[in-house]
Design a protein around this ligand. Structure first.
Ligand code: MG
Length: 235
């Protein structure tokens, strides 16, 4: 395989925490609806509505907020009280203001890789929210090219690599989602490094037996990235 020249990074749950924000919000949602609704049922209804609504509203906290309102309306035994609506909207506002918490080892790894590779940032989601997090992350200047994408399909990766001037065979994508970061990169002839996050959303899970046998490596933490890139280049 040709040497790698460009490394693509996913952002949410790869460079910084994201799912922890949603988990905390879901616990608050369930607490607001208890004791009338058991936590398990409240979370199951919310999850089902959330997955369906992604198709309609896209990703992000504003989309999630509409799902919380819809789930509350479905779970409520009477009309939705103004105080409950206020509390649900407060959850959304707090989520949008949560500080960006970098994952351990990220700053070090970017520092190590910068001299040898071109680093690019490819994140999927709501444009306003992602741009705000990129700005607040403090690491935006490490990336030669940044894109907020509406989807992470093979076609989108092909377009982005074209715009970034990076041939697919010299590109490796790093991320916490097999579905969004690993599979579409492999589909266009690029390589991938999978860094699972303990809280990856169920919507992103892929059956392991359907994964290709080569071209990608799984690592336990982002700190192992330089060694994994070396291993892919030696394959
Ligand atoms: Mg991610």
């Amino acid at each position: 395989m040709p040497p790698l020249t460009t490394i693509g990074f996913d952002a949410d749950d790869t460079l910084w925490e994201n799912e922890t924000n949603y988990h905390a919000a879901k616990r608050r949602f369930a607490a607001l609806l208890s004791p009338a609704q058991p936590e398990e049922r409240a979370l199951a209804v919310l999850d089902e509505i959330e997955v369906r609504n992604v198709e309609v509203y896209g990703y992000g906290i504003k989309s999630y907020s509409l799902s919380m309102l819809e789930a509350a309306a479905r779970l409520a035994t009477g009309p939705l009280e103004p105080a409950l609506l206020d509390s649900l909207l407060a959850i959304a506002r707090d989520m949008l203001r949560t500080p960006v918490e970098l994952i351990d080892g990220v700053v070090d790894v970017l520092q190590q890789l910068t001299p040898r590779y071109r680093l690019i940032l490819l994140t999927k989601g709501d444009l306003f929210e992602q741009q705000s997090k990129i700005r607040r992350s403090g690491i935006a200047d490490r990336f030669a090219f940044i894109r907020v994408l509406h989807a992470k399909t093979p076609e989108v990766y092909r377009e982005v690599l074209h715009d970034a001037g990076a041939p697919a065979e010299q590109f490796v994508m790093v991320g916490n989602s097999l579905r969004s970061d690993v599979l579409p990169a492999l589909a266009i002839g690029a390589r991938a490094i999978f860094v699972p996050h303990p809280l990856t959303w169920s919507h992103e899970h892929v059956q392991p037996e359907t994964m290709p046998g080569s071209g990608w490596i799984e690592i336990a933490s982002i700190a192992k990235l330089p060694a994994a890139i070396q291993a892919l280049e030696d394959e």
